[in-house]
Design a protein around this ligand. Structure first.
Ligand code: CMP
Length: 143
């Protein structure tokens, strides 16, 4: 089954949006298979954002994601990579439609609340970077 990686960034945690964001994904029908509250190391931040290394905002990006705790999430479900991206909105919250996470809660491109993998390949890479295999739980609903 398809999986994606989501990070609720320091601004999402600081603004008390963790429950709201997880609830949106749970209610949509996606399944939690990984979840942890963590301080991001400089090394992890550099690897995660490697594709932006040459961008002028790279230093600020790494400084921000390592500045205070984040919530790292792995979600599973049909089409979860694209649907989670659609639920998040676009990179700049000002261009994100109302009803999306960034459109409802953000105004600043550098403080856009949430990260989500942009492709199946990125999801695979990011899940392996952020989670050890034993931290991903296989489970079935029994209710
Ligand atoms: P994210 O989806 O986590 O991936 C890269 C991040 O870089 C992006 O969210 C934004 O937070 C950030 N970003 C992209 N463009 C800019 C920019 N022009 N200025 C500052 N931050 C940016």
């Amino acid at each position: 089954m398809e999986r994606t990686f989501i990070a609720i960034k320091p601004d999402g945690v600081q603004r008390g949006l963790v429950g709201e964001i997880l609830q949106r994904f749970e209610r949509r029908g996606f399944k939690l298979v990984g979840l942890k509250f963590m301080q991001v190391s400089e090394a992890l931040a550099q690897k995660h954002y490697a594709e932006h290394k040459e961008r002028p905002f790279f230093g600020g990006l790494v400084a921000f994601i390592t500045s205070s705790p984040v919530v790292a999430v792995v979600l599973e479900g049909k089409g979860v990579v694209a649907t989670a991206r659609a639920m998040m909105g676009v990179t700049n919250p000002l261009n994100s439609p109302l009803g999306t996470i960034r459109g409802d809660y953000g105004i600043d491109i550098g403080r856009n609340i949430i990260h989500g993998s942009d492709s199946l390949e990125s999801a695979e890479r990011e899940i392996a970077l952020w989670f050890a295999p034993a931290e991903l739980l296989e489970w079935q609903a029994t209710l």
